[in-house]
Design a protein around this ligand. Sequence first.
Ligand code: ATP
Ligand code: MG
Length: 402
Amino acid sequence: MKASILTIGDELLAGITLDSNATWIGRKLMDLGIKTVHKLTVPDDTTEIVEAFKLSQEKGDITICTGGLGPTNDDITLKSFCEYTGSELQFDEDYYGRLINEFERRGYKMSETNRNQALIPDKGQIIPNPKGSARGVQFEKDGKTLFILPGVPGEMKTMMEETILPYLESLDKDNYHVINLRTTGLIESALFEMVSDLVENSEMAIAFIPGFTGVDIRLTTMDETELFELVNVLYDRIGNYIYAENWDPLEKAVGLILSQVSLTIAVAESCTGGLLADRITNNPGSSNYFFGGAVTYSNESKMNILGVKKATLEKHGAVSSEVAEQMAKGVRKKFKSDIGVGITGIAGPTGGSKEKPVGLTFIGLDVNGEVKVKKAVFTNDRRYNKELAVQSALNLVRIALL
Ligand code: ATP
Ligand code: MG
């Protein structure tokens, strides 16, 4: 099955709004093995929208369109849909009643403009919108399907996940199979060298997609057996670097392992300023294993809160293997957790020296009294260094528990 994505809105063309709907939809379709072959963005203009419907439907078996379903006069997607399909707008009395009730329930008086949200075309099916008032439309003709959704990302995503994606999944067209292996800890070229013979001898489409905290390896094929065979071989070769399949972040993988082995964790952060605690708590259910964290930016706080020794700070400096170790031990003791992590580094852009360059980072890990420290030299960029240090720390925990 081939797909077209169509996004509507002047603000998308002007660069005021990032077209995140298109990337999100493309990715979700890819996960189902549906190839997006065409993507188009047009302004809020009926002629343009009608032409875009036509072109998108020529290119794709399905078209997913977002934007311009709202009640205001710049929202003309439904009007354009009527022109394109020769349908008429009808007033949905029942839905209008429900809208009034919903507004009252939330303590608002409904304005006359919102009457427009109860207009539905007499062709196509309505797609419910659990998060908002603008409903979507699904229209089938000559074996092609057009889906129209609101532009608000939260509403669009809910409607995709609750209605459209399950529907597309049930269609069982000859889609391709895809697996995305998420790796961290090796740069793209090093990773590639470890598997280059497999890649070169395979008929499969294999893409290496580098990000700055890891590399995704995406395998795409029509042959499911071949896919699983290759995935198994990849796990044998580079399994230690693979932390998840599909799009899960590292903190989710770490959370899963911590839950499985029933261990708890606490973190002490200097240069990452709380980012590690933030990442860990992004995972729902993290309260089961995360006891807490301390952002100890000054020497005093490292001493007072974590028990880092003054003599160590004076002799080795705050950014040192010894301090990272004491931070990990100290935070574990303070929070009475099984695991303690301590991060100290020079985030930059200033503050580096010849012996201790910008990007130098030490990550201490204490797992039930077994302590190790990882040293890394990251980049010159402050934000990158924080992200990289956190990714590295999470990965250190993951590997220690494997
Ligand atoms: P509303 O009922 O809010 O008017 P709508 O269906 O008419 O919804 P738009 O008016 O096009 O949608 O956009 C509503 C909001 O969603 C705006 O904040 C807009 O910036 C955002 N939005 C629209 N299209 C996209 C897109 N392709 N990617 C990301 N955000 C978008
Ligand atoms: Mg709008």
